[in-house]
Write a protein that binds this ligand. Sequence first.
Ligand code: TXA
Ligand code: MG
Length: 338
Amino acid sequence: METITPPTSPAVPASCAGIPAAAACLRAGGLAVFPTETVYGLGAIYNNLPALARIFEIKNRPRFDPLIVHIADLAQMAGLAAAIPPAALALAEKFWPGPLTLVLPKRDCVPDLATAGMPSVALRMPRHPLALELIESAGAPLAAPSANRFGGISPTTAAAARAELGAAVEIYLDGGPCVVGLESTVLSLLEPAPVLLRPGGITLEAIARVAGGVRLPAGDAERRRLSPGGLPRHYAPATPLRLWQPPDPPPDAGRAALLTPLPVPGTEAFAQAEILAPDGDLAAAAADLFAALRRLDAAGWPCLYAVLAPEEGLGRAINDRLRRAAAPGRSAPADARG
Ligand code: TXA
Ligand code: MG
């Protein structure tokens, strides 16, 4: 296992000597953990079947949950998507590189293993310079899920990715903390009206300004059909997490920790409180959300409480992650968590 640290400050990730080694590893059929502006990814060349199979195995990810393919330019988009509607181009022009994933009909060169047998492929051009350089140096698009075990909290630092995956992955490329901190927005463009499959780093409001009306999946059946990976419980810490609505504190507040995106009344009743954005900046709250969940999970509290953000803008993505982290279900044991 090799750790690659950029020569400059992690806050300003730059090209580094590690890229050639990571690219060579990928070209040889290996895996590399790499930074993006959203969360760290676990990458393989998109059509290397043994490497893709290893991604599913290491993450303990069900084979029905398709991977996002990361690209560095629009020529790669044209090489992977069988059709590119005008809305896709307009969105790509506006938001790429950036935290938006577009689901389009796939070309035959995209293997079924990457798309979980779906006739579509999810494409994203990440904004992190190391991610773009890695794709360019590898010479091919990279299929990459978040670098956590299935169902667990997505890593927003190289150290968190290493804590999740350890020696199972041969290369970790360190690009500093992820500035967005939440995964990309996933938008299906398979039908004339775009369908929001996962709220994320680009808000619904911003997408609607470019692509017009965006709708949500009509019900559970359509959600499952369009987004097989969208399970109700995900992003979950091992410590039980409950949603709390201020101001009346729960009876066990004195023995529990609280996570809240914005300041709320009643915080002082909790044994510990993390207010992610004391000044109301939801982008800052999103950037620190997963790291805060990890910190609180590691602190040994018997129970965690979380408050939702206003249901608009980035608040939608923050609330989606918090609701799923709090959804009923057994937390996986620490050694198989994801
Ligand atoms: O920000 C991100 O998107 C990060 C970084 C690494 O790029 N990646 C990420 O990947 O979050 P992952 O695998 O954790 O989540 C990908 C989501 C899943 O919910 C999956 O079901 C959905 O995208 N997805 C992938 N391909 C799809 C497809 N063809 N149709 C519908 N949903 C798809
Ligand atoms: Mg994930």
